[in-house]
Design a protein around this ligand. Structure first.
Ligand code: DGJ
Length: 773
C-alpha cells in the first residue's frame, strides 16, 4: 500500500515500510526496514547549527549539507561526497546537476517496461518526478509487492532539453541507511564453484562488487545481502537486494563519515556511457529490495516468494516440472540415434519423464569447435531428423527436449561464412575466442531477427516440449557498427537478447525453457522472467552441490535450480560419493539425471527407480515448498541441513548431509524451527541402500565367511544387491522439534555396527519425511 500524506510518503508491505519525507526541493529517506507508525519529526535528520567543513546545499534549506542527508536522488557535485546513483555530463561539459521535485503519483498495478524484463503483479507503483539541470527529467518508480515484503525501484531519465547529454552512471537505486555496523555477503565464484557466500565487514569506505563479462556472471551474482553482525539464519535484521537484469552489473555499499551507509546497484558503470538525445528516455533495470527481522531465512523467504509469484511467468509458477535425463555427460558429442534411443528406453524404465538431447545434433558439430549458428540437423547422427527422433522418443513414452546456443557463432559454420560481420569484433583487431567461439552482435536488429526466425522454425519442426538455452562464453572485443556510442554496447546487447527472448517465448508459451551458461554463469532474475529454471552449475559433485545450492538459495528458490544426479567418479572433481546422497542433494531442486543409464548395474537401476518414485510422490513439496537452511556446509563440520515445508505445515522433508566423514563425532540435534509447534509429527527417514564395496576389507570383519573384497564375487554380488540401511522413526510435537530437536542414531565410528547405526561415509546424506499425525 502506498500513501501520500502532504510531506510524508509511506510505501508499505505486510511487514516492511519505506518512508520518505519532503525536504525543500528533495525528499529525504526517513526509514526502510520493519513497518512502523512513521512520525515526521522523529524520523527527520536534525541539522541545526551544521557541521565543520560542510558545504551548505542551498540557502533556503538552512544548514543542510547533502552529506548528512539520506537521499534516494542526490544532486551531483553539490556537496554529497558519497557516490551517487546518477552521474551525467551535460552538453556544456558540466556534470553538476541539481534536482527539483515536481510530483508524486500513485498508480495501481505494475509499471510495465517495453524493453526490459519486469516483476509482474505489483499492487501499486509510485512515480516521483524531478526536473533538473539541462532539461533532464528523472522519474523514480517504486513498486510494492506486499505479500513478498518486496519493494522495487527503477529510475527513468528523459532528456526534455534541446541538446544531447551523456549518462555516465544510471543505477537503479541508492538507499541510505543508518550504519549500525553491518556485514555484507556477496555470492561469488567461477565456473564450477558458483555462488559461494563471501562475507565482508562493512568498514569505512566503498565496498564495490559486480560483473563486467557482459552477463550477470558466475564471478559475482547480482544478489547480495546486508545484515546485523549477530544475525543468524533464524534471527536478526537482514536486507536483501537483487536486480532484474542479466548484463554487467554493479553494486556498492559505501560507509560514509556520518554513521550512514549508502547501498546502490544497477548497470555496471565501468565501460558504460549512454547518449540521450532530446526527447529520448533511458530506463534502468528494476531492482528488488527486501527486509526481514526473521534472519537470513526470513529474508530468503521474501526473495523466494517474489521469484515464485512475481518473476517466473504465471504459466510455470506452480507447474510441476518433469524429471529429465540429459545425454551430455553420458555421451558428450559421441552419439547417434541408436544410442540415444537406448538411453531413452532405459530412462523410461526407471521412471524418467523427459529426454533431453544436448549439444552436438546440428551442423558438423562433433566437438566444441564447429557449427554454432547453424541449425541443420546432422543426419549422419540422426538419420530421421529431429522430428523423427522426437517421434520415437515420444513413442517410448518420454517427452523430448533439445539444447541450443543461439547467441553464438563458430568460425567454422555456414553462418560465419555468410555473415562474418555478425560476429562481435572491434575494427582492426582479431577477436579473441572463448570455447573456440565468437559472440553474435545482438545489438543489430537483423541478427536478432535471424535468431528469432531460426529458433521459431526449429521449435515448430518437431514435438519439442523443453529447451536448454545455453551461452558458453563471456563477451570481449565489444564493438557494434550499429552504435555511434560504443559505451552503449553492453546494455544494447542485453536489450537485443531480451527482444529475442520476448518474441520466442510469446510464440511458445508451453515449452519449458531452462537457462544455462557454462552451468550457472547467468543465474539472475532477468533470465528467470523468461526461463523458469536454470542449470545451477556444471558441477554435479555432491559435496560441491551442497555448497552451490546453499549459496544460491539465499536469493533464489529451489524451483529455479536445475539439479542432476551424475556418474562417479564425478566428471568435474573425480570424487566418489554414494548414489543415494547424490539424489538427496539433487532432490532439493528440479531433479534430473545426467549419466549413462544403460551402463548402470542392476542394483543402481533399482535405486534410481526408488528415488524417482519418491521424488514423484514428494514433487510438489520438494519443488515448491518453503525452503530453509538449517546448517551450512561452509560451517559446523561441513554439515548441510535443508528443510522444505508445505504451506499448511502438515508435511516437510529434511535433508541431513555431511561433507568429509569425521570419526567419533556426535551430530547436532535436528532442530526444525519452521513447523507448527502444536502439531504432532511423525518423522521417518527414507531408507537408503549402500554399496557393500564401501566397506573395503572391513567387510571381512562383519561377514561369517572370508572374502576377497576386491574379487569378482564381491563385484558380482554388489552389482545386484545393495545393503539396506537403518530405519529411524520418531513422533514428536512441533515444539520439541523447534526448541530441543531430535538426537539421531549414532553414526558409524569404527567401534561397532548394528541395524541402528547411521552409516554416513564421506558425503553421506539422508532424507526424512515429516508428516503431521
Ligand atoms: C555447457 C553446459 O553447461 C553443459 O551442461 C552442456 O550443455 C555443454 N555446455 C554443451 O556444450
Amino acid at each position: 500500500m502506498i500513501k501520500i500524506d502532504d510531506d510524508l510518503i509511506s510505501l508499505e508491505t505486510e511487514n516492511t515500510g519505506y518512508y520518505l519525507g519532503k525536504r525543500g526541493n528533495l525528499w529525504e529517506t526517513l526509514h526502510y526496514g520493519a513497518k512502523i507508525h512513521p512520525d515526521r519529526l522523529a524520523l527527520t535528520e536534525k541539522i541545526d547549527s551544521g557541521y565543520g567543513t560542510d558545504v551548505v546545499y542551498r540557502e533556503d534549506m538552512g544548514k543542510d549539507a547533502l552529506l548528512h542527508l539520506s537521499l534516494d536522488l542526490s544532486p551531483t557535485h553539490k556537496g554529497d561526497y558519497r557516490q551517487t546513483a546518477l552521474d551525467v555530463t551535460l552538453a556544456n561539459g558540466s556534470s553538476v546537476c541539481d534536482w527539483t521535485f515536481v510530483s508524486a503519483q500513485i498508480n495501481e498495478g505494475t509499471w510495465q517496461s517495453e524493453e526490459l524484463p519486469f516483476a509482474h503483479e505489483a499492487e501499486q507503483h509510485l512515480v516521483m518526478t524531478y526536473t533538473g539541470t539541462g532539461g533532464l527529467q528523472v522519474d523514480l518508480v517504486y513498486s510494492v509487492f506486499p505479500e513478498a515484503d518486496v519493494i522495487t525501484r527503477r529510475m527513468i531519465l528523459t532528456n526534455a532539453g534541446q541538446v544531447s547529454v551523456i549518462l555516465n552512471r544510471a543505477l537503479s537505486y541508492q538507499l541510505d541507511l543508518p550504519n549500525y555496523g553491518y556485514q555484507l555477503s556477496t555470492f561469488t565464484g567461477a565456473w564450477a564453484p558458483e555462488r559461494h557466500e563471501s562475507v565482508r565487514d562493512l568498514t569505512n569506505g566503498r565496498h564495490a562488487f559486480g560483473s563486467s563479462t557482459g552477463t550477470s556472471s558466475h564471478y559475482c551474482n547480482p544478489f547480495f545481502m546486508i545484515y546485523q553482525e549477530d544475525a543468524t539464519e533464524e534471527t536478526g535484521a537482514v536486507y536483501g537486494f537483487n536486480l532484474i537484469y542479466s548484463g554487467n552489473h554493479f553494486g556498492q555499499v559505501e560507509v560514509g563519515p556520518y554513521q550512514k551507509m549508502r547501498v546502490m546497484a544497477g548497470i555496471q558503470d565501468d565501460g558504460f556511457s549512454w547518449t540521450l538525445e532530446p526527447g529520448q528516455s533511458f530506463e534502468s533495470p528494476e531492482a528488488m529490495l527486501t527486509f526481514s527481522k526473521a534472519g537470513k531465512n526470513g529474508m530468503s523467504q521474501n526473495c523466494h516468494n517474489f521469484v515464485k509469484h512475481h518473476i517466473v511467468s504465471k504459466n510455470w509458477a506452480s507447474k510441476e516440472r518433469p524429471i529429465l535425463l540429459n545425454n551430455w555427460e553420458a555421451t558428450y558429442f559421441d552419439f547417434n540415434q541408436r544410442k540415444l534411443l537406448k538411453l531413452a528406453k532405459e530412462a523410461k524404465e526407471v521412471g524418467i519423464e523427459l529426454f533431453v538431447l544436448d549439444d552436438g545434433w546440428f551442423g558438423q558439430r562433433n566437438s566444441d569447435t564447429d557449427g554454432l549458428g547453424d541449425y541443420d540437423v546432422n543426419l549422419k547422427k540422426l538419420p530421421s531428423g529431429l522430428a523423427g527422433l522426437a517421434k520415437q522418443i515420444n513413442k517410448i513414452g518420454l517427452d523430448f527436449g533439445i539444447w541450443i546456443e543461439p547467441e553464438m557463432v563458430s568460425v567454422k559454420s555456414k553462418l560465419y561464412q555468410e555473415h562474418p560481420d555478425w560476429a562481435v569484433s572491434a575494427p582492426g583487431i582479431e577477436p579473441s575466442l572463448g570455447r573456440h567461439q565468437l559472440v553474435l552482435d545482438l545489438c543489430r536488429p537483423e541478427v536478432q531477427d535471424y535468431i528469432i526466425e531460426q529458433i521459431n522454425q526449429l521449435l515448430s519442426s518437431a514435438n519439442i516440449s523443453y529447451v536448454k538455452w545455453d551461452m558458453n562464453r563471456h563477451l570481449s572485443d565489444i564493438f557494434s557498427p550499429s552504435l555511434s556510442n560504443q559505451g552503449q554496447f553492453y546494455h544494447s546487447w542485453v536489450k537485443g537478447l531480451y527482444r529475442i527472448l520476448r518474441e520466442i517465448m510469446a510464440k511458445h508459451p508451453d515449452i519449458l525453457f531452462e537457462g544455462c551458461s557454462n552451468g550457472g554463469n547467468r543465474f539472475d532474475l532477468g533470465m528467470l522472467c523468461y526461463f523458469p529454471q536454470i542449470w545451477t552449475s556444471d558441477n554435479t559433485d555432491v559435496y560441491e552441490r551442497m555448497k552451490i545450492q546453499t549459496g544460491t538459495s539465499y536469493g533464489y528458490p529451489q524451483s529455479t535450480m536445475s539439479c542432476h544426479v551424475s556418474d562417479v567418479p564425478n566428471h568435474q572433481t573425480l570424487r566418489n560419493s554414494p548414489i543415494e546422497s547424490r539424489f538427496d542433494v539433487a532432490s532439493f531442486g528440479i531433479l534430473g539425471y545426467e549419466l549413462d543409464v544403460t551402463k548402470l548395474p542392476s542394483a543402481d537401476k533399482k535405486i534410481l527407480q526408488a528415488q524417482i518414485a519418491y521424488y514423484k510422490e514428494h514433487r510438489k513439496l520438494l519443488q515448491f515448498g518453503s525452503f530453509y537452511r538449517l546448517l551450512s556446509p561452509f560451517k559446523m563440520a561441513e554439515q548441510t541441513r535443508w528443510l522444505v515445508v508445505a504451506e499448511d505445515k502438515g508435511q516437510a522433508v529434511l535433508m541431513d548431509a555431511i561433507g568429509r566423514s569425521q570419526p567419533n563425532q556426535e551430530s547436532l540435534p535436528v532442530r526444525l524451527p519452521y513447523l507448527e509447534v502444536d502439531y504432532l509429527y511423525d518423522i521417518c527417514n527414507r531408507q537408503e541402500q549402500l554399496d557393500i564395496r564401501q566397506f573395503g576389507s572391513l567387510m571381512n570383519a562383519a561377514l561369517p565367511v572370508k572374502v576377497n573384497h576386491q574379487g569378482l564375487a564381491v563385484h558380482v554380488v554388489a552389482d545386484h544387491y545393495r545393503m539396506t540401511l537403518e530405519k529411524e522413526n520418531y513422533q514428536a510435537y512441533g515444539d520439541l522439534l523447534a526448541h530441543a530437536g531430535i538426537k539421531l542414531n549414532q553414526a558409524f565410528t569404527a567401534t561397532g555396527f548394528s541395524d541402528k547405526t547411521r552409516l554416513m561415509p564421506d558425503y553421506g546424506a539422508r532424507l526424512y519425511d515429516i508428516i503431521k499425525k
